[in-house]
Design a protein around this ligand. Structure first.
Ligand code: GDP
Ligand code: IMO
Ligand code: MG
Length: 427
């Protein structure tokens, strides 16, 4: 039996989609446990490229079960658009391949509207959200006014909850100067989604438990990254869910003792989309060079990603908070061609040197990264298919990551395609 977590070790976009797809070959079930269609996971198989937002990356295989867990916030409009997009590319998305937890919170049109209005009201202090309604939906969950998939399945209950929500949300929307919603229009739209969704809905906590007990391999696919975690990230410049490994338990209904491994996906450098602190950011020609070479543009919003050197303070914190059993390091090929490569191994904060990530943004703003410098490697790294074939300088760089974080590296990515992957040891 194995139940393992694949999660982002930085600010998202580390290559989780590609690694999930790669590891899913040996998995029976792939489960999303948090986030929603704010995620953008790219998977390249052969000549085809797939962009997934809400559907687990295991969907590209014919014989894997994919599950949207209760910790996810599900936008039915976006989900059916994604299903239609996948079917258009020849990927079947049947209830035999996809299940949805009946406890999953549903993103409603007023969540998307409020996401936009609240961002506008924040002015220069905006978070830079994806605008998908994620924060407002999780707010309703915590406030206990959310609508769940099981409510959608019960017309009477849905009717009552929607009426109350439309009344409340229209009042708030008006306050922010937005356009209010019509109850009947939303009701009819969501009733149509409910009918299409019904065959996919189940108590998936039971399903996952049974699969693990039957010695199947279950992979939990994270979205976003550790530093976007609502508790451990750069609050308030974070997303509204627990992206760390602990989120798997509450987000799928699986006990912590059933989880065997947690793999942190770490990009060989650092990127971030949206606002918030970023100690190793490169606002110079090297940052621009990395952005172009690594195609660092958002999959969900198309925004350009901020780029910087690898930050081991972040990776060490992620390893601790998520109890990582190993790292998968992606995109070392992108750095190929640089003469010198830097890596942050601590922050100077006043007269102290720290190697943990501070909670206060004020402290973080005062942190000066301390760098170690490495000799670079060339583009031939993309052709390596074993650790031994890697250039010696790339090995030195990778070894330092493992040494500093006290966490081994199990997989290395040398390109976006499935086969551009080096497995050091099996999970
Ligand atoms: P995710 O959100 O973590 O799944 O990552 P994204 O898909 O948003 O961004 C990662 C990008 O890097 C995608 O375009 C991937 O195809 C690509 N990618 C993943 N791993 C590698 C790698 O090892 N090398 C290169 N060059 N590209 C990679
Ligand atoms: P994947 O799964 C990178 C960022 C947004 C914003 C903040 C809050 O592809 O790694 P939200 O819409 O979630 O309320 O926005 O979080 N963000 C991501 N950044 N990758 C993602 O997903 C992200 N999902 C959200 O840019 O800064
Ligand atoms: Mg992404």
């Amino acid at each position: 039996m194995s139940a393992f977590v694949v999660l982002g070790a930085q600010w998202g976009d580390e290559g989780k989609g590609k690694m999930t797809d790669y590891l899913a070959e040996k998995a029976d079930v792939v489960v999303r446990f948090q986030g929603g269609n704010n995620a953008g996971h790219t998977v390249e198989v052969g000549e085809k490229q797939y962009k997934l937002h809400l559907i687990p990356s295991g969907i590209l295989y014919d014989n894997k079960l994919n599950i949207i867990g209760n910790g996810v916030v599900l936008d039915p409009k976006a989900m059916f658009e994604e299903i239609d997009y996948l079917e258009g590319l020849g990927v079947e998305v049947t209830p035999e391949k996809l299940l949805i937890s009946d406890r999953t919170q549903v993103i409603m049109p007023y969540h998307r509207i409020l996401d936009g209005l609240k961002e506008r009201a924040r002015g220069k202090n905006d978070i830079g959200t994806t605008g998908k309604g994620i924060g407002p939906c999780y707010t309703d969950k915590a406030e206990r006014s959310g609508i769940r998939v099981c409510d959608l399945m019960h017309e009477k209950e849905f009717e009552e909850k929607l009426r109350k929500n439309i009344e409340d949300k229209n009042a708030i929307i008006s306050l922010y100067g937005g356009e209010t919603l019509d109850y009947d229009t939303v009701y009819n739209e969501y009733m149509a989604y409910a009918e299409r969704m019904r065959p996919y809905v189940q108590d998936t906590s039971v399903t996952i438990y049974d699969e693990i007990k039957a010695n199947k391999n279950v992979l939990f696919e994270g979205a976003q990254g550790s530093l976007l975690d609502i508790d451990y990230g750069t609050y308030p410049y974070v997303t509204s869910s627990n992206t760390v490994a602990g989120g798997v338990c509450t987000g799928t209904g699986v006990g912590p003792t059933m989880i065997t491994n947690a793999v942190g996906i770490a990009k060989a450098y650092t990127t971030r989309v949206g606002k918030g602190p970023f100690p190793t950011e490169l606002n110079d020609e090297i940052g621009d060079w990395i952005r172009e070479k690594g195609h660092e543009y958002g999959v969900t919003t198309g925004r350009s990603r901020r780029c910087g050197w690898l930050d081991l303070v972040i990776l060490k914190s992620t390893a601790r908070v998520s109890g990582l059993t190993s790292f998968a390091v992606t995109k070392i090929d992108t750095l190929g061609g640089l003469e010198k490569i830097k890596m942050c191994t601590g922050y100077k904060l006043g007269d102290k040197v720290i190697d943990y990530f501070p909670a206060s943004l004020e402290d973080l703003a005062k942190c000066e990264p301390i760098y170690e410098e490495f000799d670079g490697w060339d583009d031939s790294v993309a052709d390596a298919r074993s650790y031994d074939e890697l250039p010696k300088n790339a090995k030195a760089y990778l070894n330092r990551i493992a040494e500093f974080t006290g966490t081994r590296i199990s997989i290395i990515g040398v390109g976006p395609k499935r086969d551009q992957t080096i497995t050091i040891d099996e999970l």
